[in-house]
Design a protein around this ligand. Sequence first.
Ligand code: URA
Length: 434
Amino acid sequence: MNPVEIIRAKRDGGKLSSEQIKFFIDNYLEGEITDYQMSAFLMAVFFRGMNDDETFALTETMIKSGKVVDLSFINGIKVDKHSTGGVGDKTSLILAPLAAACGIYVPMISGRGLGHTGGTLDKLESIPGFNVNLSIEDYKRVLAKLGVVMIGQTAELAPADKRIYALRDVTATVNNISLITASIMSKKIAEGADAIVFDVKIGSGANLPDEEESKILAKKLVSVSRKFGKKAIAVLTDMSQPLGNNIGNWLEVEECLELLNGVKVDDLSKVNNVLAGAMIYLGGKVKDISEGEKIAQEIIDSGKAFGKFLELVKEQGGYVEYLNAYKKLKRPEFKSEFRALSGGFITKMEAHGFGMAAIDLGCGRKKADDKINFLSGIVLKKKYGDKVLKDDLICEIWSDDIAKNEAGKIRINDAVKIEPEAPPKKELIIDILE
Ligand code: URA
């Protein structure tokens, strides 16, 4: 087979056979197909899409690019959660230790920042020493010991996603149902979970901003999970504005520490507890999601979830003293403020604009080998629907370069709108597919 013919076929809207898809992915991993050819292929898929058979073949090939972990030696239900990607979306760091503190095993393989959205691995790596690259043996050992483990794709687990994900991040080829499905499912099947909760984001900050497309994605994730014999629930949640108040890797870890220590952040707490509730339900510990939601808050209030998070950080090489001292840690050198230009109500706080601003500040990558600035980011002081007076502080902007702050401010200016009338309330939990 010739890679150029495969790219051309997809570019022209053709349907690829499973053999062609396998050839393309396998040869990419072997180094016989280059990054520029894979980028062209991804762009062709982005524009032309893939049908169900092609999506399934891509998912299967990506799973088979590595090993599938057998966790049957652990006597208990293994449940994971995966988000389709958002801005300020930090729930994995809270609900993984939280579900483990409820007696559920949580084997979690996550990704890095993708497009304008943040990634769990980058957030974890903002904790000095935290190792997301465990061998399969260590992955199993930590899971069996603590009930939770959080790693990334490796040379052994979902290696195709590791390489393709990094390329999609910087080639504007994230937002496609088939690519997202194959990317997420290859990690979820490889990790060995029995059941999965999907957080499918809807709104400007979602990887699929079109609501109908996000709903199709939710159904697809659930149906592909079933094909692989996994139980699944998809929770459709609002991502029209950033989730919680902090955006940026370390800033998001800080917000998680606050929440794990009992602070409530309206939208973040709600979304977190519903997702955790769904995990606890799939783990067989409660009769429905709402009972799981209540238990999730009790486990947070008891301090057990925080305790489990500290155990996890320690076990994976992270510097626990750094977390304990988080209130005293320094911020980046430059702080700017974005203030209300007029009084009124915040009627728009577009998550996509804030995500792009965060990338300008160094929280994400513009090229595959860019180094992230873990400390930079944005702290929101107001949210959608809040009443503001002229000059009220809407957000703080932090980075190591004042020019980056200024670039971020321009994005934020476009992302925020203030109008005289209060806007309609938005539903946080839009739907749940079981
Ligand atoms: N999360 C992933 O792991 N992959 C995607 O493509 C989007 C979100």
